[in-house]
Design a protein around this ligand. Structure first.
Ligand code: CA
Length: 224
């Protein structure tokens, strides 16, 4: 899971980043609202931790801007204030949750877990691409009606590819979203897992879905 922390108090931002990295989240920091907005619009973060009081563009305006630009993932707002009207304003601007500083790191983690669960429940539980079907509830995968046995990692990798069907996903995107860490770019862990998947998903099937885009990454080709 890729998380962006937008917070001008460098000490707090770095502390959160360090803590999240220890929990295997891929965490990034922006020390100003403007920088944070640029980063958020350029990269697809799974969640944003946003400070309310920022120099330049403030948290409320930034949140509105993100929602206007179709950012759909959870936003958790941080503030030093504990006033009801600030909470209402924050939630009105499109934030999903609110945490008052100072907070215990454990509480931040709990909120993040809750928000990502909520996010998952809003997504479809059955993914389909041509004759390939993935049921996220029963954790089963079939191709042309035949069951495919996958390990947990292979399952997450296929889920990520299916959610992004038709789009090229890079190794960096895969390592961040499927493994929650940044691999050393020299390791071939991802290529190995892609090969396992290819054998199981494409195997003897005439139509090959998993394609390598040389120098870029992989694409799961869309099929009707
Ligand atoms: Ca601040």
């Amino acid at each position: 899971m890729k998380i962006l922390i937008i917070e001008d108090e460098k000490k707090i931002a770095d502390f959160i980043k360090r803590g999240l990295s220890e929990e295997n989240y891929a965490a990034y920091t922006a020390y100003s609202g403007d920088k944070g907005l640029d980063m958020a619009l350029e990269n697809n973060y799974d969640l944003i931790i946003l400070d309310l009081m920022l120099p330049g563009i403030d948290g409320i305006s930034l949140c509105r801007e993100l929602r206007k630009n179709n950012f759909k993932n959870p936003i958790l707002m941080l503030t030093a204030k504990d006033r009801v009207e600030d909470k209402v304003k924050g939630l009105d601007s499109g934030a999903n949750d609110y945490l008052t500083k100072p907070f215990a790191f454990e509480e931040l983690l709990a909120r993040i877990r809750a928000l990502s669960r909520k996010d998952n429940s809003a997504q479809p539980t059955l993914l389909k691409n041509g004759d390939l079907q993935m049921d996220l509830l029963s954790h089963t995968v079939t191709r042309a009606g035949k069951k495919i046995d996958l390990t947990a990692k292979e399952f997450s990798l296929l889920e990520y590819l299916m959610r992004n069907a038709g789009k090229v996903v890079t190794r960096t995107m895969i390592s961040e979203h499927v493994w929650d860490i940044n691999f050393d770019t020299n390791t071939n862990v991802i290529d190995v897992f892609i090969n396992y998947l290819r054998k199981k998903v494409d195997g003897e099937n005439k139509k090959k879905m998993i394609r390598t885009i040389r120098g870029k990454g992989y694409v799961l080709e869309t099929a009707d």
